[in-house]
Design a protein around this ligand. Structure first.
Ligand SMILES: [Zn+2]
Length: 54
């Protein structure tokens, strides 16, 4: 198997806790957790999405 999945992370809406986005990051380069303001379909607005583990 490949290692692609190792770098795949989820971005979870802070308000409704749903996972709306998937992204990848290079673990060697990025050490701190990702945070991004993105549109949440469930909250129907832009909310803060945080990296979450499986
Ligand atoms: Zn939400």
């Amino acid at each position: 198997m490949t290692k692609i999945q190792d770098n795949l992370i989820k971005l979870q809406c802070k308000e409704c806790k749903r996972v709306n986005y998937w992204t990848r990051k290079n673990k060697k380069k990025v050490e701190k957790k990702l945070e991004a303001k993105k549109h949440c379909e469930w909250c129907r607005k832009h909310t803060l999405h945080k990296e979450t583990k499986k």
